[in-house]
Each structure stands twice: as C-alpha cells, then as structure tokens.
Design a protein around this ligand. Sequence first.
Ligand code: DX5
Ligand code: ZN
Length: 215
Amino acid sequence: MIQIAPSLLSANFLNLEKDVEMVNRYADLFHLDIMDGTFVPNISFGFPVVEAIAAKATKPLDVHLMIVHPEKYVERFAKAGAGMISFHYEAALEGSAALIETIRGLGVRAGIVINPDCPVQAIFPYLPQVDFVLLMSVFAGFGGQKFIPETLERIRAVRWELDRLGRQDVPIEVDGGIGPGNAGEVVAAGASILVAGSAVFKAEHPREVIEKMRV
Ligand code: DX5
Ligand code: ZN
C-alpha cells in the first residue's frame, strides 16, 4: 500500500485548517518538518503549530526532526500527538539506537533519516530496530528542491537490506522533489511512503495530484 504524506511546510499558514481538512480527506499522513536553524539553515514551526494540527487531524502525524539534540524533544512531540517521529542519523550518531528505543517506548513509530550525502550503510546497524526509514531525496532544509535521481539506487539498497533481514514490513519513506512525474519510479525502487510538499500544496487541485501519486 502506498501512503501519501503531504508536507505542511508548503501549506497556506493563513488558512491551515483548510489544508488540514484536505489531508484528512485525501491523503494518509501529515508530514511535519521541524527545523531549528542549526542542523539545517532554515527554521520552520514548532509545538503550537503541531498541536493545532493535531487537534484537527484524523490521519497520523509524521514528524520529521531536522534538529540537533533530537533526544531532548521526542517526548514533547509524542505528547503533542506524533504517531511517527524520525530523526537524522547525522544529528544522533552513536546515540541512534537509544533514541529509537526512547521513541518506541513513547508508543510512537520510530524512523531514522539520512541526507543524500550519507552512505546508506551508516544506518544498516539500526534496520533491525526501526519502524520505518526516511531517505532524503534532496538536502534537508527547504521545500521546492529538485529530486536527486541517485536516490533510486539508495532506495533499492536499503530495501534489499531490509528484505534480507526479514523486515519486508518496514516501509521506506522518501522526501524531497516528489510528485506525479516521479512517484512511479520511487515506488518501483521500493519506497511506499511518499512525502510531497510543493507538488501537492502549490497545485490547483491537490486531490488530483495525490491520486496520481498512488501508483
Ligand atoms: C525538506 C523537507 C521536505 C519538504 C518537501 O527539508 O524535509 O519534507 O517539505 O518539499 P517538496 O516536496 O516541495 O520537495
Ligand atoms: Zn520532511
């Protein structure tokens, strides 16, 4: 099953309720990008916005942490209503195993994320533990960037390793530059959760874009 996770980074913040309702009706997950201006050179939104979305959301919140010291904040995001939390391996390094356990202990699905320049082998030690993997197909920090084609090979490599470990049930999520034009190849490579920000929210008919991505 393919899941579409619109990234609210590209939503209309003056009319957020309308965009939340759209996701509730037509998509599967709320992808919420949390940026701290340190791990990435951009700042997005924080707890008040996440809590406001949680109050209206009927689909799970998928919180993507692009912050240093993610271990300091996972409990608060769990309390704010996250159903999935992913953190960057580059921000946690050898703390990754403990952090996955912390997130899972909070009753939240735990994911590990890597940027396009991090070798996929770096996260192989955590694949027996995680609930999902998030592969960036652009460098984390900004919406509206172009999909990096080498990501397809990286998806295949992680899918192969998960399958080898008997973890066929663990989904790969892909984030950055995804839309109806490349969703098919991303899914064919082995991903099943597609994040899309600008493709969905800058479209005249977001519902049609979401349906076209369900390849
Ligand atoms: C980038 C974020 C993405 C972003 C995707 O750092 O993690 O989730 O919002 O936006 P698009 O789909 O426009 O590339
Ligand atoms: Zn994201």
